[in-house]
Ligand binder design. Structure first.
Ligand SMILES: C[S@@+](CC[C@H](N)C(=O)[O-])C[C@H]1O[C@@H](n2cnc3c(N)ncnc32)[C@H](O)[C@@H]1O
Length: 283
């Protein structure tokens, strides 16, 4: 039995002090997010109930979260979910953590899809399913395929599709487009694009699946292979949208020119002004 009740605000301050020692710039927000998750309340509730007396179970949960956080486990893996394009998606260490930059690709894909009466879309390397699910939810007239080489990632994506009532997405385990013979109107992909030699120096490489990050020696190996496969799998007027590593824009554009000489190619910049999406538009 506890001799003295621990109040929520006091405990959050303790967490913040420990985080501040690690020079965590988001200590206040992190303590808020962890507390909201541990207590299954909103952040507003946590802010408004500093006097709430924590139960032993809640203290244990929060201490467990803190231990993981201080070990460096990314917040989304501790919480088991993360927000993307106004929805919350389940995430596990089998999938890449959704990045805000990927919303740019989704916005461009929706804009393309809205101009068509019907279309077939494929999300190559779906991971947690964020691209396929966001597109299926916004484009009711589209047939959507989502593929990944990783069965573990596909299991997470399927669960996310179920949670967001997107039952019409067809999930397929495959190495890029190898088993597909059909013609797609829109190919979207956020494939691994970090050059192998950069991987070792990146903190993310410690936690996120290598399969989701390592783009081979050039960083463009999967993208190049996908573009080559796509040549025989596109409908007239089709579009390809690929997320790229910002420093590889010029090389990615060159590959696009070589593979689709008659098409229009653009690099689209993210909010920070970095090259982020390669768009290829067939005539
Ligand atoms: C960078 S993650 C992107 C995940 C998700 N689309 C997103 O944007 O968060 C790349 C994904 O591609 C998958 N992948 C890697 N190589 C692949 C291949 N040859 N064929 C199919 N999927 C592949 C990985 O398993 C991983 O889920």
């Amino acid at each position: 039995m506890r001799s003295k009740a621990i109040k929520l605000l006091a405990f959050r301050r303790e967490i913040q002090d420990r985080l501040a020692l690690t020079e965590d710039e988001n200590a206040e927000n992190t303590s808020l997010v962890l507390a909201a998750h541990a207590l299954k309340k909103t952040k507003t509730w946590i802010l408004a109930h500093g006097d709430y007396e924590l139960q032993d179970k809640e203290i244990n949960t929060l201490q467990n979260y803190m231990t993981k956080y201080l070990q460096g486990v990314p917040l989304p893996y501790i919480l088991g979910s993360w927000a993307f394009f106004n929805r919350t998606f389940k995430v596990t260490p089998d999938v890449l953590i959704p990045r805000p930059e990927t919303e740019l690709l989704v916005e461009k894909a929706i804009a393309f899809g809205q101009e068509k009466d019907s279309l077939t879309i494929v999300d190559v390397g779906t991971g947690s399913g964020i691209i396929a699910i966001s597109l299926a939810a916004s484009l009711n007239h589209a047939s959507v395929y989502a593929l990944d080489i990783s069965n573990a990632a596909l299991a997470v994506a399927k669960e996310n599709a179920k949670n967001h009532q997107q039952s019409r997405i067809m999930f397929v385990q495959s190495d890029l487009l190898s088993p597909f013979r059909g013609r797609f109107d829109l190919i979207c992909a956020n494939l691994p694009y970090i050059p192998s030699q950069k991987m070792e120096k990146l903190p993310v490489a410690r936690w996120e699946p290598r399969l989701a990050l390592d783009g081979g020696a050039s960083g463009l190996e999967s993208i190049e292979k996908l573009l080559f496969q796509a040549k025989s799998r596109l409908a007239p007027g089709a579009c390809i949208l690929l997320e790229i590593e910002s420093s590889l824009g010029t090389q990615a554009l060159e590959i696009a020119h070589l593979t689709f000489p008659g098409a229009k190619h653009h690099l689209i910049q993210d909010l920070a002004g970095h090259d982020r999406v390669l768009q290829i538009l067939l005539s």
